[in-house]
Structure formats: C-alpha cells, structure tokens
Design a protein around this ligand. Structure first.
Ligand code: AMP
Ligand code: MG
Length: 521
C-alpha cells in the first residue's frame, strides 16, 4: 500500500505543545497530536473502491493486512503524525465553548492526481477533546455515516467521503434514546475523507478567546490551500473568503432541500468551510413532505433543525462565522452585505432548483406562487417527496388533470385520502402545471430525462439503513453492500432494486432508528 503523504495542517499551523492524551482546554493551537487507540479485533466490513482510487489505492490494497491496520488505528502510517483538531461551536443556538475532535483522529494528508485528501478515523479513541465521552463510535451510526456519505456524493450533493467501515472488536456502552437504558453495542470506525475538516467552529474558538493571531493563521491557511483564487495580503481577502464560504454553504443547502435531506445537527461545529455536508449523525430523509420534520429527537421540542428551517439556520451559522472573522476585517459592512445577499440568492437558487425538479425550462414571475401552492398541496395528506417527484416526470402534457393526479398516486401514503377537497386541490395545481408544460417547447420525453437527473429514484431512507444495521449487528453485511451499490446510481432506473423505490413501510413509522434518532452514536 503506497500513500503519498503530504501533511500541511499539522506542519503549518500551531500545535498544542502538550502531547499527553488527557482532556483539557487547548489554547493558541489548531490541533493536538494524538495516536489512535489499538482496537482489540479489527475487521474491515466494507470499503469504497471509488474513494480508494482517489487516494491512489487499488482493490488489492483494500484487502491487505496493512490497510486493515492503518484504517482501524492498529498501526500508524509511517511518516505520519496523527492529530485531533481543536474547535468550538454553537450547539442548538448557544455557545458551547471548546468541542474539538472528541473521537476523530486525522491520520494524514495524502496527495494523489494533484488533489489533497485528509484521512480521518471516527471512533478511534480518546483525544484531549473527548470531554466526558469515550472517543468511540458504534456500528449503527458508523453504517449510517459510511453509506450516507457515499449516497450523498452520488446524488451530487457536496459531502465528505467515506473510505472504510470497520469493527474495532470492542464493545461500547450507549443509551440510544437517553432514557436510562444503556446497553453494549459493537464499536466501529469509519475512515472519512475530505480535502479539509476545518469547520466554522475552528474560527469561533479563537474568536471566543480573542486570539486574532490564530484566527489569521487559520484563515490564511484555508485561503492558501482551498481558495487559491483569493489573493492574501489585504483585509479584503477575508471578506472574499467569507463570501466564498457563504456561497458554498448556500449551494449545499439548496442541494439538501432538493433531495429532501435533513442534517439534524446543524451546529456550527458541524459546518464545513468548504460547504461540504459533514458529520452524519441523526440525519434523515423526508418521506412524507413535511417542512416541520426533523429526525433528531434531541431537537424535538424546538425543531430548530427541521427541514424547512435549514436555509435560515445556515444563515444563522454564517452569521457566527462572520463574527469570528470580523477581527481580521474590523468593518461590519462587508459582512452585513454578504449576509443580506444570502436571502435573495437563496430564494433565487431555491426557485431555480424547484423549477428543475418540476421540469420547467423557462422562468416566469409567478413561479414562486406555483411552487408554494405545490408545497401546500403536498402537505395536505402524507405524500412521499422522492416518489412524487420521480413519478411527476411521467406526466404527459396532453393528460387531463385527473390523469396527472393518477400518475403520482403511488406517492400518497393513504390513497383513499385523495378525494373531495384534496383531490380538488391536486387538480387545481395540475391545471396550473399543465398550463406551464403546454407553454414550453420541450417534449414529454425530454422533460422526463432531465427531471430524472435531479429527482433521485433511490435515497437512503432511515428504515433502509436500519434494516442494514439490524443485519450487520448479526454479522451479515450483504445489505450494507446492496444499499451501497444501489446508491451509487440514485438517478438510474435500476429495476433490480425496484423494491427500494417504495414508501416507508408502516412498521417503520415510529420505530427507533427509522423515524427517531438521537445524538447517541
Ligand atoms: P456531534 O454532535 O457528533 O457533532 O459531536 C459534538 C461534539 O462532541 C464533538 O466535539 C465530538 O467530537 C464530541 N463527541 C461526540 N461523541 C463523542 C464520543 N463518543 N466521544 C468523545 N467525543 C464525542
Ligand atoms: Mg460534530
């Protein structure tokens, strides 16, 4: 196994001088050196050949003993200096102080084909940032992170990647629903891969300590490595940097809304400065279209991180980042202007995205009204978002509105509910939609082909991940592989996987892991 190690973060940025692995406040440093914990009986249970290739590895490497040792923490890569990053964050709207990589350990940066990737083990043991927790991760949440990272990538959503999923061979104690019922679970390790794991909170921690020197060092490092189009040397560079992060974050959220992804824990420590989806915890996918929905039980009362609120929360988080970068600019105006612009830009990009979901080529002034009526109608009775948009592509311009309603019938959870008022609402919306389709020049077939590239057929519904988890807990990883393979082509018909193009089954409606997820992982 040959990896071209080219570390920069742990070479160019200030290190914590203390090398003991005990929990502490770490100041004036971006990271602490730390060695992964030795697992008792490591076993790789799934790996991604695609991600391996990004790193210059091949299929034989994935099967090698060295791969297993390195990516479960059993052995440290020669020439590498693993470390945990220091960051803070606003959690659920409140400043939480120092957080940091409590259970993530960055192994090394690897360069391949002119791209640079950080390899990071999640669940590889304690670090100075572990606070009161154990530094470990369990199999269920690791399967969810491994599968979803790759599913999101193939959906075209900016995300960190996942190279491998392993068992540590150790048992981990977790209270899944925080209700006083702790139980032992299988410990697992995921190797995440990203150009960088710098978060909004990486800047906030220094700002909270009035450490402008290190805000600058980190910002300069980020700009130099990830935003090379920005010229360093003036205060304006940091404004440009902020604008670039803002634009990427906005783009990421528009994608989330497009595919019905709900992150679940949009704390500022979980926001990547590269606009990548990061930290897959109690995330979920909208099944019945409901803007109020959040998968995270920890957030059940406030629903801060509900689907419909994600664009606003991203803005709130960007506001925190602006505050953290402010000492480098010392002028509020450019930040205010950028944040102000976000709202209009979001509306515009969101609407354009919705047009693409609807297969509309032209932009008309009242499209936002058509969209709003659609959203209101979708919510009248439980309507599966993924299935609705996928079936909508089968509508023909010449269909009657009754026929159009029948085309999407399978998306309704209770088909019998589509009568009287609800049926009339659908017919009214289809009447407007039909008018739009008729006014456009593209054929039904052309529109369908385009819509099927933005409306996925297959997404990782929570109950699907839970089925894979239940099997994996029994030692059978076939379903992990099956879902992984299917989710590599979410827009393709893949009739062999037709059974996964289905509404959430009734048994999954209120089941832990399917509709309810806590932060316990
Ligand atoms: P999260 O909600 O997963 O983003 O985690 C928030 C913070 O808690 C981060 O600093 C994590 O590193 C830390 N954390 C979460 N779970 C653990 C754990 N089992 N051991 C140590 N730190 C953890
Ligand atoms: Mg996190």
């Amino acid at each position: 196994m040959n990896l071209n190690i080219k570390d920069s973060f742990n070479k160019e940025l200030p290190a914590d001088p203390i090398q003991e692995n005990d929990r502490r406040q770490v100041t004036e440093a971006c990271f602490s050196f730390v060695t992964p914990r030795i697992p008792s009986k490591p076993e790789i249970i799934h790996s991604s050949l695609e991600v391996a290739k990004l790193l210059g590895l091949n299929e034989a490497d994935l099967k090698s003993e060295t791969f297993k040792q390195i990516f479960t923490g059993a052995k440290v890569l020669e020439g590498s200096n693993p470390y945990a990053m220091c960051y803070g964050g606003h959690q659920f709207g409140s400043w939480a102080g120092q957080l940091g990589d409590g259970r993530a350990i960055n192994l090394a940066e690897v360069e391949h084909d002119s791209n640079s990737w950080v390899l990071q083990l999640k669940g590889a043991g304690e670090t100075p940032y572990s606070r009161s927790a154990d530094g470990l991760a369990v199999l269920r949440s690791s399967i969810r992170e491994h599968l979803c990272s790759e599913a999101m990538y193939h959906l075209g959503v900016p995300t960190t990647r996942s190279l491998s999923l392993s068992l540590s061979g150790d048992q981990v104690m977790r209270d899944v629903m925080y209700d006083g019922n702790p139980a032992l679970e299988k410990g697992a390790i995921v190797c995440r891969v990203s150009p960088s794991f710098i978060r909004f909170g990486s800047f906030e921690i220094f700002a909270s300590r009035k450490d402008t020197t290190n805000i600058k060092k980190l910002a300069d490092y980020a700009i130099k490595n990830f935003f090379p189009e920005i010229n360093l040397g003036t205060k304006g560079a940091y404004v440009e940097f902020f604008n670039a992060v803002l634009n990427r974050t906005l783009e990421m959220v528009v994608h989330w809304q497009r595919v019905g992804f709900v992150h679940g824990v949009m704390n500022t420590d979980n926001m990547s400065i590269l606009g990548l989806t990061i930290d897959y915890g109690p995330y979920g996918w909208l099944e019945n279209y409901d803007e109020e929905w959040t998968p995270n039980t920890t957030d059940r009362s406030n629903r801060r991180y509900r689907y419909g609120n994600q664009p606003q929360v991203a803005l709130w988080n960007l506001f925190q980042l602006a505050n953290a970068l402010y000492p480098l600019v010392e002028e509020p105006k450019p930040f205010e202007e950028a944040l102000e612009k976000y709202k209009a830009d979001y509306e515009e990009q969101y609407l354009q995205m919705m047009r693409s979901k609807l297969g509309l080529e032209t932009a008309l002034d009242n499209d936002s009204i058509i969209n709003q009526i659609l959203i209101d109608t979708l919510a009248l009775t439980e309507t599966d978002m993924t299935i609705f948009f996928r079936l909508l592509a089968n509508v023909q311009k010449d269909d009657t509105v009754e026929a159009m309603t029948r085309v999407v019938q399978d998306a309704f959870y209770d088909e019998k509910a589509i009568k009287e008022g609800v049926l009339e609402s659908w017919k009214s919306w289809f009447k407007i939609y039909k008018g739009r389709l008729v006014s456009e020049t593209q054929s039904d077939a052309e529109r369908k082909a385009k819509m099927n590239l933005v409306n996925p057929k297959y997404v990782l519904r929570n109950y699907m991940a839970q089925l894979a988890i239940d099997e994996a807990n029994k030692g059978n990883y076939d379903l992990v592989s099956e879902l992984y393979n299917m989710l590599k082509n979410p827009y393709a018909e893949q009739t062999e996987y037709q059974k996964w193009f289905a509404k959430r089954p009734e048994w999954a409606r209120n089941k832990v892991g399917c509709s309810m997820l806590s932060c316990s992982s």
